[in-house]
Every structure is written in structure tokens, then in C-alpha cells.
Ligand binder design. Structure first.
Ligand code: CU
Length: 178
């Protein structure tokens, strides 16, 4: 009888400790950080001139289509980003955003799909060839933009402190847009 009682006295604290540990584990939740949006540009890489061209991108985040993202398409001719334009994308459906533009002469163009979803920014870039440009006359694209674009893609603009040059470049374009 005494041995049984002793066993109970030893066992009860062990059970209590076990309970306490379990509780602590459930409270250790990782803070939810929105993932970098995956942006797939749907605009073809080769288009005709003097035709309405659809700029389109599909936005997903954590495997889900995002219908409340902000998508701005920046389009410019190679080497002339200052003369480019920023066009607001409008949600069609299923995370697909669209805008329209037209190329009035043969050339090599670039587009950024500036996308912000739940506060996180991504901006994939695509080259678009309109018509059949004389490649010897195409201006080279700004190298600074090219070199940084890959790294920049992976970054939230808000946290972007390491790439001042490209970032200010982007801010400039955002201002042009407004
Ligand atoms: Cu951007």
C-alpha cells in the first residue's frame, strides 16, 4: 500500500511536467510572413507592330491566386527606359491582370510587371521584340538594370537597402507613373 502511494506521488509531478512542456510547444508559433508573389508574365516575347498588345501577368502567392494585388506594367524601348510608360494592370480573373499597349515601330522592348501582393513586391522582367528590328540599330539596354534585376526580383522593395541604385531607379519610374 505504501509503495503504491509512493509511486503515485512520484508519477503525478512527472505528468504535470509533461503537460507543461506540451503547452509551451503549442505557443511557439512562427510569425506569418507573406511569401514573395510568383508572377508569371503571359505576354508573348514576339509581337506585331501597330496592333493592340495585351500585357498580362498571373499572380500567385503561397500557391494561391491573388485577386487583390497591385500590378503595374512598365514598358520601354531598349535603352530608353526614361521614355517608357507605366500602365495599371486590371484584374481579369483568377489572379490574371491585364493592360493594353501598342508598338508603333519595330524594336526591342522590355517590360516589368511591378507586382505587390500583401505588402511583398516582385517585378519580373521580359524582353519583347516587336516586328523585325534591325538589331545593329537597337540600343543596348541599361546594364545596371540588367545586372540587378535578378536579385531585385527576390526582394521586397520595403526592405531593399542594399541596392540603392536600382531601387531609386524604380522609385523614379513610380513617380513618372503618378
Ligand atoms: Cu517594382
Amino acid at each position: 500500500m505504501r509503495k503504491w502511494l509512493l509511486a503515485l506521488i512520484v508519477a503525478v509531478p512527472v505528468l504535470l511536467v509533461g503537460c507543461g512542456e506540451k503547452k509551451e510547444q503549442t505557443t511557439l508559433k512562427e510569425p506569418e510572413v507573406p511569401q514573395i508573389p510568383e508572377v508569371e508574365i503571359l505576354t508573348p516575347k514576339e509581337v506585331a507592330i501597330n496592333e493592340t498588345i495585351e500585357l498580362a501577368a498571373q499572380v500567385e502567392q503561397g500557391g494561391k491566386k491573388v485577386d487583390d494585388a497591385v500590378v503595374k506594367f512598365e514598358v520601354w524601348e531598349s535603352g530608353k527606359r526614361d521614355e517608357g510608360q507605366m500602365i495599371d494592370g486590371k484584374l481579369e480573373k483568377d489572379g490574371v491582370y491585364k493592360a493594353e499597349t501598342k508598338f508603333d515601330h519595330d524594336g526591342v522592348y522590355y517590360m516589368y510587371a511591378h507586382t505587390t501582393a500583401n505588402g511583398v513586391h516582385n517585378m519580373p522582367k521580359q524582353q519583347i521584340t516587336a516586328g523585325s528590328p534591325d538589331m545593329t540599330k537597337v540600343l543596348p539596354e541599361d546594364e545596371k538594370a540588367n545586372n540587378n534585376s535578378m536579385d531585385h526580383n527576390m526582394m521586397d522593395h520595403g526592405n531593399d537597402k542594399s541596392e540603392g541604385a536600382e531601387h531609386s531607379d524604380h522609385e523614379k519610374s513610380e513617380k513618372n507613373h503618378n
